[in-house]
Write a protein that binds this ligand. Structure first.
Ligand code: NOJ
Length: 596
């Protein structure tokens, strides 16, 4: 059992060109709950997340670039996805790989130029792909002109762009930092004898959203990109923007849970409504909020249509589960791989959006270890089947699926064992702290091998060539040695690959409105090995059965139905024995159900 030192947020932690075919008229068997509610193009898309730094390098500096993305647009289109989300590509000193922005209207020099960006966006739009950008406006870089001005003197016009606590008031009330080596979100700055607030690293000072001028700057940045033609935003750490600027001691009810406190600032929803009025409501965009501390009880405050705030939100209960238990802001491996609990979390989140709002579903991103290593099994006999099983899950949920680059070929964790291989400031800062405090570094490294963000950030594996075809230079982070077998070129040649299955699953979702809008019903809830559910729309019912176990699993067709055609399966044989399904290890099937 490992004790994980990992901040809570990490794991708590897409013009109507695209319209679904109108649903068939309800049949006698359909209940009102089985008819499609409020259709919208952004509910029907599949989003492909690209981590640009690790996607494709064309100039040999070992860092992915925009020309690299442009060179792979036909590949991206071939997947069947509709929208691309890019992690930050703005000018940045890269303390946190672009989540520390020093110029919101410029491209990071390592990644190219604005002309490269325009060419990439044109190429996407020519292929019918949309682009959403990462909007990082809870904080900037400390190298942003605003902050350089702000810190220069107490009466600088930019002073109130950030949160300052003058030293003569004493030490500011405790605020925790997610990344800081010393854990404090206040950093003393001798120039003006004051502390500035940084929820993330000390190079990521928090913007003062309470200042209307800051909000106007943010809206202008958003319009700049939308007017350039981008199709929306993924909004980083958005629940943290509003703060009580008197900075009272943390209220007792949040004792031990600062993330929930950070997510409940006094004017958060006023600002999101204002942002919607000023910007989002004027464009046909796709937007998705990101940030810890949002629960089933307050998710609708962000996304209910009549609130005119955001469209969708990433929630973290799912990626938070599965072996990890928050324990006083550290993560401990609970040993818990309870599928039953995971199913209940999916069920609970589906019910939040059953009448209003709309969800998202993802199992991996740049802040998570690889989905196949975590929820599946990356041992050679199971990697393909379990990656396909997880794609079956992602693409059959009532929510907009986000698929992380590399997962479409089943990339796995690299599991570094040496701190010198790590590039993520979070792992490095915690390691340094632990070293200073005399903590157990071996145990920490063992936990990071499974949970570190760098597991999800190794270079995209294109081919069995040097550096997996990612770069002709020295990659900024090591390539997973399994690239010799796990790579795009090999999977293109093999029609039984994860990649081919992923494309088939996307086609299936596009062909079956029930998989997008259909009612979700959890089946066989207590089954510890099999995740089974039904999706029903306009009298058509599909059953999904997924084995999460190397022992396989068994389940049955629900009472009142009989099994029809199997529409897709990740393995060759049929699991059907009458009304029983005998699943092979990590088998996934989608089948038609007929009412008796
Ligand atoms: C969430 C982003 O996904 C993560 O990568 C980043 O470190 C933090 N927000 C801070 O911007």
């Amino acid at each position: 059992m490992h004790r994980f030192i990992k901040p809570l947020w990490v794991t708590l932690l897409a013009a109507c060109a695209h319209t679904a075919p109108p649903p068939a008229p309800p049949t006698a068997a359909a209940t009102p709950a089985d008819t499609a509610p409020n259709q919208a193009w952004w509910k029907e898309v599949v989003v492909f997340q690209i981590y640009p730094r690790s996607f494709r390098d064309t100039d040999g500096d070992g860092i992915g670039d925009l020309r690299g993305i442009t060179s792979q647009l036909d590949y991206i289109k071939s997947l069947g996805v509709d929208v691309v989300w890019l992690n930050p590509i703005y000018q940045s000193p890269n303390d946190d790989n672009g989540y520390d922005i020093s110029d919101y209207r410029a491209i990071m020099s390592e990644m190219g130029s604005m002309a490269d960006f325009d060419a990439m966006l044109r190429g996407m739009h020519q292929r019918g792909l949309k682009l959403i950008m990462d909007l990082v406006v809870n904080h900037t870089s400390d190298e942003h002109r605003w902050f350089e001005q702000s810190r220069s003197s107490r009466d600088n016009p930019y002073r109130a762009y950030y949160h300052w606590w003058p030293a003569e008031k004493g030490t500011p009330p405790k605020r925790w930092s997610f990344f800081d080596e010393e854990g404090s979100a206040w950093r003393y700055d001798s120039t003006t004898r004051a502390y500035y607030l940084h929820y993330f690293s000390r190079k990521q000072p928090d913007l003062n959203w309470e200042n209307p001028q800051v909000r106007r700057e943010v809206y202008a940045i958003m319009k700049f990109w939308l007017d350039k033609g981008v199709d929306g935003f993924r909004m980083d750490a958005i629940p943290f923007i509003s703060k009580d600027t008197t900075f009272p001691p943390l209220p007792a009810e949040y004792a031990g849970n600062y993330v929930a406190y950070y997510a409940k600032g006094p004017h958060l929803h006023d600002y999101l409504r204002e942002m919607n009025q000023e910007v989002l409501g004027r464009y046909n965009d796709l937007n998705v909020g990101e940030g810890g501390g949002v629960t089933v009880d307050d998710a609708l405050k962000f996304v209910a249509a009549d609130r005119h705030e955001l469209q969708t939100f990433f929630e973290f209960d799912i990626v938070d589960h599965w072996g990890r238990r928050p324990s006083n802001f550290l993560y401990a491996d609970s040993g818990n791989r309870s599928l039953v609990a995971l199913k209940n979390i999916f069920n609970r989140w589906d019910s939040v959006y059953a009448q209003s709002g709309w969800g998202t579903v993802f199992l991996g991103n740049h802040d998570q270890s690889r989905m196949v290593s975590r929820y599946g099994n990356d041992a050679p006999p199971y990697r393909k089947a379990s990656a396909k099983m997880l794609h079956t899950l992602l693409l059959t949920m009532r929510a907009t699926p986000y698929v992380y680059n590399g997962d479409e070929i089943g990339m796995a964790n690299i599991r570094f064992t040496d701190i010198r291989d790590y590039r993520d400031l979070m792992t490095i800062n915690y390691y340094n702290r632990l070293e200073r405090e005399g903590g157990d570094l071996r145990e920490f490294l063992a936990s990071q091998a499974e949970v570190s963000r760098d597991n999800g950030r190794t270079p995209m594996q294109w081919a069995a060539d040097t550096n997996a075809g990612f770069t002709r230079g020295i990659p900024w982070i090591r390539v997973n040695p399994d690239y010799r077998t796990v790579n795009v070129a090999a999977e293109e040649r093999d029609t039984s690959s994860v990649l081919h299955y992923f494309r088939r699953m996307i086609k299936l979702r596009k062909a079956e409105p029930a998989l997008v809008y259909g009612r979700f019903q959890l089946l066989d809830r207590a089954n510890p090995d099999v995740f089974a559910y039904a999706r029903s729309l306009n009298g058509r019912t599909l059953m999904v059965a997924l084995s999460f176990s190397k022992a396989g699993g068994r389940t049955s067709v629900p009472a009142g139905y009989s099994a029809g055609r199997i529409v897709i399966s990740n393995l060759a044989g049929s699991p059907l024995r009458g009304g029983q399904l005998l699943l092979e290890p990590y088998q996934a099937v989608v089948l038609e159900l007929q009412k008796n």
